[in-house]
Structures are given as C-alpha cells and as structure tokens.
Write a protein that binds this ligand. Structure first.
Ligand SMILES: C[S@@+](CC[C@H](N)C(=O)[O-])C[C@H]1O[C@@H](n2cnc3c(N)ncnc32)[C@H](O)[C@@H]1O
Length: 253
C-alpha cells in the first residue's frame, strides 16, 4: 500500500475529530496533575540538546506533549490529520501565549523541508500508523544533524489472559458506572487490518526501525514511573486495565 493520505487515514482522522471534544479529560491523554507534568518535563529535559530548539510534535492531537516544550521555551510546530484536534491545540497554545504553529498533514510524510527541526517528538502515534518504519525514516529526514527523535508508545493489549481479563472488568465497570459503551471510539476491524501494531507498537520493533534508519545512540527508556503517576488519579475501573509496557525510544541523527 502506498504511503499517502488514503481512505483509512481519513477514517482515522474522523475518529480523532470526535475524540478531540473530551480528549484532554481522559487519564493517560490529558496531563492531569502538576506532578505528572513535571515528570514529563524532567524526562524530556534530560534528553534534549542544549539551546532554544525547533520542535516538531507529529500526530500532536491537542498538543499536550508539544506544549510542554513550548513551556520550556522552545518553538513548537504541531502536525495532525484531525482538524478538530488542531483547533483544540491552537486554542490551548493561544490561551497560554505560546510560540506554536499548527498544520494539517500526514505524520508519515511530514510536509517540511529536510533538516528543519532539532527535535521530532510524538506520543501515542506510532501504533496508529500503517507504515511506522517509513514514518521513522521521514522523521529523520526533517531532523537537523545531531537532532533527536523521541517516540513514546505503549503495548496497550499484549493479548495475554491477564490483560484480557483486566480489560473486560474495566469495560463492565465502565458500562455499569458511566452507562456508556466502553468501546465507543475504538478503531473498526477494517482500520485495524491496515495497521501493523493496532494494540501498541512493541519497543523491539521500534528499536529495529530506528536502527534501520541509522539513528545513533538508540535507547529504550521504561516509563513505568509515569504510568504509576497517571494511575494515582484514576478510578478503579480505569486503573485495573492501565497496566502495560510504556516506553520512550530515543535516537540521534
Ligand atoms: C492517541 S492520539 C495522540 C495525540 C497526542 N500525540 C498525545 O500524545 O496526546 C493520536 C493522534 O494521532 C493523529 N494521527 C493519526 N494518524 C495520523 C497521521 N497519519 N498523521 C498525522 N496525525 C495522525 C490523530 O488525529 C490523533 O490526534
């Protein structure tokens, strides 16, 4: 399948358009506490080159992550397929007076000149791309020499009996307490069949993709601490299913 904005990607964008309305109120999506925010900032600060940086947040959504970089004094560009997500991101950046610009486009083929950014970052995007390997190569293209790529992803469902049971209990509790379909907004089978990692991008695969793209000093950081912080504010029905491998893969151009 060619790398392009096709029907599947349009369907994906539509799902995130709907999700944008409540996205920041979801634990694990919106940053819920100052402690969690500081933990994210500490994590990134330790990985960044010095100076004021040009940062690209690909698949930025409401730009929770990109705007942390803006708060640290860097210049941020957010790219996303969902117009509604971008509207939310723009409103947040404007409200805080941040130096950020937003653009609609495909993260797999970012519409920027080569060597434009010091940092390319993304969170919870890789799993939803049909061609994560191509995306990683293209992110390298838009990085300057010495720039860094930071990819945050998790394996939300490893297919084990324990995970299935936890998710089932979580869904039943959500149905009972919130009286709503807990799976509303999930991707269809048709979309999932186009994605190599519909349940989360395993770190081993992403590490391989980084190495294939010739990134240097590639590292896999465990983000267990962040999961634990996020769980603190969650009701039981969410916490029970919120136990998965969560990681940041780092590489230098
Ligand atoms: C789970 S959300 C993550 C949003 C944000 N990165 C965060 O950490 O909160 C996935 C986002 O990726 C966007 N997305 C999915 N496929 C994309 C693509 N091919 N190009 C650009 N954005 C895409 C969706 O519109 C959505 O905003």
């Amino acid at each position: 399948m060619p790398v392009q904005e096709n029907k599947i990607k349009q369907n994906i964008a539509r799902i995130w358009d709907v999700s944008s309305e409540t996205y920041d109120s979801h634990e694990g999506h919106g940053i819920q506490t100052d402690t969690e925010k500081e933990a994210w900032k500490r994590l990134f600060k330790n990985l960044l080159p010095p100076g004021r940086l040009e940062v690209l947040d690909v698949g930025c959504g409401t730009c929770e992550i990109g705007l942390l970089f803006a708060e640290m004094g860097h210049r941020v560009t957010g790219l996303d397929l969902s117009e509604k997500m971008l509207e939310k991101a723009r409103a947040k950046a404007d409200g805080k007076g941040f130096n950020a610009t937003f653009r609609k486009g495909d993260a797999e083929i970012p519409p920027f000149e080569a060597q434009t950014f010091d940092v390319v970052v993304n969170r919870h995007l890789l799993w939803t791309l049909p061609h994560p390997d191509v995306a990683i190569q293209n992110w390298k293209r838009v990085l300057k020499e010495g720039g860094v790529l930071l990819v945050v992803d998790g394996v939300w469902n490893d297919g084990s009996l324990e995970t299935k049971t936890r998710r089932l209990i979580s869904d039943l509790c959500t149905l009972l307490v919130e009286k709503r379909n807990p799976r509303k907004g999930y991707y269809s089978r048709e979309i999932n069949s186009e994605l190599p990692n519909p349940h989360g991008a395993p770190p081993e695969k992403t590490l391989d993709n980084f190495r294939a793209a010739s990134f240097k000093n590639v590292r896999d950081l465990d983000l267990k601490e962040l999961i634990e912080l996020q769980k603190r504010t969650m009701p039981f029905r969410k916490r029970i299913a919120f136990d998965y491998k969560y990681h940041l893969i780092y590489g230098e151009k």
